[in-house]
Design a protein around this ligand. Structure first.
Ligand code: NAP
Ligand code: MG
Length: 485
């Protein structure tokens, strides 16, 4: 492996690595990243990754089966011995180096993220990639301070973590998972989502280039069956999963009765609440960012809007005006606000909910947009005349579709906002600090934003209540699931 040598002691020495020849390129075919090398999958099967904005094939991705997952878990187990014994400050150095190299290659990561997933390049460039680097920087800082973080408790790593991530923030979700696991001395087998594996594979190249010891992070690509093989593997000590509540339930059943630890970051149906004393124009921007950011493919999206009755007409009028100005189209265009829907299957799901919204009696508004002929697209959509019982107000759509309801009193909106099986996030817009404190204490949501929305920071823990899962990612809380005492 480039950039590292094993010392007699069995530990790794840190040395500069040559730059990868593949920087800036998407290879026509990717193998599985196991034990520091890209290798062919046992059955030789590959699947295409496409650009959802053009439907053009970008690359062929290896499909890992149970035998490949077994190889990856064994590589992670072998690496665990030396990695967990490495001095914590040395581990931290690797994480700092990964963070810096993500920054150096930020442009490449942003372009690939946008090509593979359909999100606007402005978002990949300004949010996804910088935040991924920030997570590695943040957890690099914790690596040699864990004994201070958990005083008198002697934190030790758990072992091999199996990590499964969704397609909405591919590199960022990989960073959320890998950085705290490595900082605490664990090794990793990561499975990216089927439609967006490319930035995880570029991250694998970066791991090689930065000299991360072989086997510390292994990346097995594939679909749900690959994820299930990872969950069911006996050599996994911990499962960290981000995805739908349905798959989260399958995972919980699969590991019941085993000693595997787990954290689940699942779906959401957040309430975004606008009081009559809010600054309306600012709130309108917050509503737009809350639901149309990343095409609404956001677990914490503000998909249920609650507007106080006295300002309902004004807010809806301004919102309609504002979404007419959103630019929908080519994700690679820096002026695009709403990019492509991540996959055909997701577009069909969104279209099903839009149909249901109309059939159940809600009133739809969509601005007229010139959508490209190829690719998967959904204009920013809002529904008025929505009631609590409507499907679009109850189920996670995971698309650019907003369901608007009204309320009169604080007590009423708290009851309505909490009337959901989910509890991931919420937003409150008001001029009154007292209302903010009242709502943040009564809303059953892991994150509550006040007079802002969809703001993320590695320092701040993120995670859900109820069917939105358990465990936290980010902050010191994000290390806890990766240590034992
Ligand atoms: P998903 O269908 O649950 O998939 C998530 C991941 O699990 C993917 O890598 C998927 O593989 C894999 N998977 C599918 N079936 C599996 C099984 N039986 N065993 C193990 N792994 C399996 O969710 P998604 O559609 O990708 O993502 C959207 C969901 O994620 C939404 O519900 C959203 O709210 C949630 N999400 C939550 C958070 C959070 O922090 N709470 C953040 C982002 C997203 P393939 O996709 O390759 O089939
Ligand atoms: Mg793709």
């Amino acid at each position: 492996m480039a950039g590292k040598e094993k010392k007699e002691s069995g530990l790794w020495e840190y040395s500069p690595a040559p730059e990868s020849a593949s920087i800036g390129k998407i290879a026509p075919k990717y193998g599985l990243f196991i034990d520091g090398k890209f290798i062919a999958p046992a059955k030789g099967r590959y699947f295409p990754s496409i650009n959802p904005a053009t439907e053009a094939k970008l690359s062929m991705i290896a499909e890992a089966d149970a035998a490949d997952v077994d190889k990856a878990v064994k590589a992670a187990r072998k690496a665990f011995g030396s990695w967990s014994r490495l001095s914590a400050s040395e581990r931290g150095k690797y994480l700092y180096r990964i963070a810096r190299m993500i920054q150096e290659r930020a442009r490449e990561f942003a372009v690939i993220e946008t090509l593979d997933g359909g999100k606007p390049i402005r978002e990949s460039r300004d949010i996804d990639i910088p935040l991924a680097a920030a997570h590695f920087f943040y957890y690099a800082g914790w690596a040699d301070k864990l004994e201070y973080a958990f005083p008198n408790r002697k934190p030790k790593p758990i072992g091999v973590a199996g990590q499964i991530i969704p397609w909405n923030f591919p590199l960022l979700m990989a960073a959320w998972k890998i950085a705290p696991a490595l900082a605490a001395g664990n090794t990793v087998v990561l499975k990216p989502a089927e439609t967006t594996s490319l930035t995880a594979l570029k991250l694998a190249e970066l791991f090689s280039d930065c000299g991360l010891p072989p086997g510390v992070v292994n990346i097995v690509t594939g679909a749900g069956a690959t994820g299930a093989a990872l969950v069911n593997h006996k050599g996994i000590d911990k499962i960290a999963f981000t995805g739908s509540t349905d798959v989260g339930k399958i995972i919980q059943k699969a590991i019941a009765g085993t000693t595997k630890k787990s954290t689940l970051e699942l779906g959401g149906k957040a309430a975004n609440i606008i009081f009559e004393d809010a600054t309306i124009d600012q709130a309108v921007e917050g509503i737009v960012n809350g639901i149309y950011f990343n095409q609404g493919h956001v677990c914490c999206a503000g998909s249920r809007l609650f507007v106080q009755e006295s300002i309902h007409e004004e807010v809806v009028r301004k919102l309609k005006h504002r979404i007419k100005s959103l630019r929908v189209g080519d994700p690679m265009d820096k002026n695009t606000d709403v990019g492509a829907i991540n996959s055909k299957a997701q577009l069909e799901t969104i279209q099903k909910y839009v149909r249901l919204g109309k059939e159940e009696g809600a009133e739809i508004f969509q601005p007229s947009c010139n959508l490209p002929d190829k690719g998967f697209w959904c204009p920013p959509t809002l529904f008025t005349n929505v009631s609590q019982s409507h499907t679009i107000a109850r189920e996670e759509i995971f698309g650019p579709v907003l369901a608007i309801q009204t309320f009169r009193t604080e007590a009423e909106v708290i009851a309505k906002a909490n009337n959901t099986p989910f509890g991931l996030s919420a937003g409150v817009w008001t001029d009154k600090g007292s209302k903010i404190f009242n709502l943040t204490s009564k809303l059953r949501a892991g994150v509550v934003w006040a007079n802002t929305y969809n703001k993320f920071d590695p320092v701040s823990p993120f995670g859900g209540y109820k069917e939105s899962g358990f465990g936290r990612e980010g902050g010191l809380h994000g290390i806890l699931p990766y240590v034992q005492f």
